[in-house]
Write a new protein. Structure first.
Length: 166
């Protein structure tokens, strides 16, 4: 067993990868210029088992920070991974801690990196902190930002298929 004075650094965790968090957005894959698009990450606590410094151990990764690059020059860092509008009891296009408003038409590549705090345990010695932060990139995804408009009509398009906007 390793001594309680053992210092474990992030560089010692080669046998314990933290896995990339799934990321998503709504509306799915597109955004309306001038309205909030909502982004979220599905990062969660991860525990792995293996050899650490030659001893059987467990390593626990806890998400502590989220870094969004929205692809248009804007970026945000949050302590929350975000959630859907429905989960947050918000209306569509409401602003959230992880939302972003695009101002120009275009196709943008969004990237997310998640910071994890790591803790380790040898047997029943309890959890101890690892020195350093583990940063894991997620798979980038594409957002199409476009201008949209609505047309007011007196009837719906099923009733009057030749009406404006139908």
């Amino acid at each position: 067993m390793c001594s309680p004075d053992t210092i474990v650094r992030v560089s010692d965790l080669q046998n314990f990868p933290a896995y990339a968090a799934p990321a998503g957005m709504e509306p799915n894959g597109w955004a309306i210029i001038g309205l909030a698009a909502n982004f979220w990450a599905g990062a969660s606590l991860q525990i792995g088992e293996g050899l650490l410094l030659g001893e059987p151990a467990q390593v626990m990764f806890t998400p502590i920070g989220y870094h969004w690059d929205y692809g248009d020059g804007a970026a945000a860092s949050t302590v929350t991974g975000g959630a859907s509008w429905e989960s947050l009891s918000l209306a569509e296009f409401a602003t959230t801690p992880t939302s972003h408003v695009y101002t120009d038409k275009g196709t943008y590549t969004v990237t997310l990196t998640v910071d994890y705090r790591a803790d380790y345990s040898f047997g029943d010695q309890g959890w101890r902190p690892v020195v350093g932060i583990v940063t894991v990139p997620s798979a980038p995804f594409t957002v199409l930002a476009a201008r949209e408009s609505t047309v007011l009509v007196a009837e719906d398009c099923n009733t009057n298929p030749r009406g404006p906007g139908c």
